[in-house]
Design a protein around this ligand. Structure first.
Ligand SMILES: Cc1cc2nc3c(=O)[nH]c(=O)nc-3n(C[C@H](O)[C@H](O)[C@H](O)COP(=O)(O)O)c2cc1C
Length: 346
């Protein structure tokens, strides 16, 4: 199937960013209930000499939201292992295979995987050559704009442009910049001009208006959204509305956020999980959802301290039982800074 056959005609294609420990099947189902992206990404398959494809991720692919394409991401640097995994994955019902060239976790980079590949461009070149040789379905890359410095990006782009890849996602930061810096949207625009394939813009798209601005500024074929979708699962439908009608019609209130949090709680609770574990798991999502709900950030502060399900929902009630409009991008900086994932965890 042609990669862009799933792209809508009159607006950028919308993708949920791959997020380790977040974009699993339960979270996909939650997003799907709110309209969801056009394309779903898996968490990454860890690939090394003795790895086999991770069963829960395969289960997610086999039970994906109906009618929606899925891209399976791999992370690794061992060529025979990557080839072996790609061959196995392409037998699954997936739209494309993606290679992670951006993970900044020191433990990953030290092994020259993820973002670490940007320090070994010859090896990266060989990986892409060998993967392209065996992958007969679409093959995509997700990159940062350099390891230490944005000056590296032209070389990196040239390397990608020399291969027949089907799409490139650019997270507009270097590996060193992690998650908090400004996003280099000018470099994403440069990638759009340079690459013969579709380019997806990624980084800090936290509202429909910002998404449209980023797409206009970069001319990207698609928008990949990560933390903004955890906080605001309506964002994909809001972008569709913005493109279709020139304005956003879906406006969530804090009560809608309360309902979303409750749905997330129950939908993402694995069978047999204790209340304590699920409350701890919810805090990972609440890092993004609870910021700047109230002026003093009391909600974010208090929700970090709860331990029981009862306390969790009572705290939600204290701050979210109101028809006050929910502002996904207020203030923008706070959300972006709050959304710094624990990079040692993937
Ligand atoms: C919790 C978390 C886990 C992530 N895991 C992955 C991953 O497995 N693969 C990947 O390519 N990027 C991963 N990322 C990076 C995101 O895909 C995305 O590039 C980054 O968050 C910037 O986009 P955003 O500002 O829309 O969140 C992760 C980010 C977060 C917040």
């Amino acid at each position: 199937m042609k990669f862009d056959s799933v792209f809508p005609a009159s607006r950028p294609v919308l993708l949920i960013a791959p997020m380790q420990d977040v974009t699993d099947l339960p979270f996909w189902r939650v997003l799907h209930r709110y309209g969801g992206p056009d394309i779903y990404f898996t968490e990454y398959f860890r690939v090394h000499s003795t790895s086999v494809p991770d069963k829960p991720i395969l289960h997610a692919i086999r039970n994906k939201p109906p009618g929606k394409p899925v891209i399976a991401q791999m992370i690794g640097q061992d060529i025979p292992a990557l080839v072996r995994t790609a061959e196995a994955l392409q037998k699954e019902n997936i739209h494309a295979i993606d290679l992670n060239i951006g993970c900044p976790a020191p433990v990953v980079c030290k092994k020259s995987s993820g973002g670490g590949l940007l320090r070994h461009l010859d090896h990266l070149d060989n990986i892409i050559t060998e993967l392209r040789r065996v992958i007969s379905i679409p093959f995509t890359l997700k990159t940062r704009v350099g390891f230490d410095n944005i000056a590296e990006f032209d070389n990196i782009l040239q390397l990608y442009a020399n291969h027949k890849i089907d799409a490139l996602t650019v997270h507009g930061r270097t590996v060193k910049e992690m998650y908090r810096s400004e996003v280099h949207f000018d470099l994403i625009a440069r990638a759009v001009q340079t690459m013969p394939c579709p380019v997806f813009a990624n980084g800090n798209v936290i509202s429909a208006n910002i998404g449209r601005e980023v797409a206009t500024q970069t001319k990207a074929a698609g928008l990949m959204i990560g933390r903004g979708a955890i906080r605001n699962p309506w964002i994909f439908d809001q972008l569709r509305e913005l493109y279709a009608n020139g304005e956003v019609q879906t406006r969530a209130t804090l009560l809608d956020v309360r309902e979303y949090v409750e749905f997330l709680y129950h939908e993402t609770k694995p069978e047999g999980f204790t209340e304590k574990l699920q409350v701890a798991k919810m805090k990972k999502y609440m890092n993004f959802i609870a910021q700047k709900i109230d002026a003093n950030d009391e909600f974010a502060h208090q929700i970090r301290r709860v331990e029981t399900e009862k306390d969790f929902f009572q705290t939600c009630d204290r701050f979210l039982n109101s028809d006050t409009p929910f502002e996904p991008e207020t203030p923008e900086k706070a959300l972006v800074n709050a959304g710094n994932p624990r990079v040692d965890c993937y």
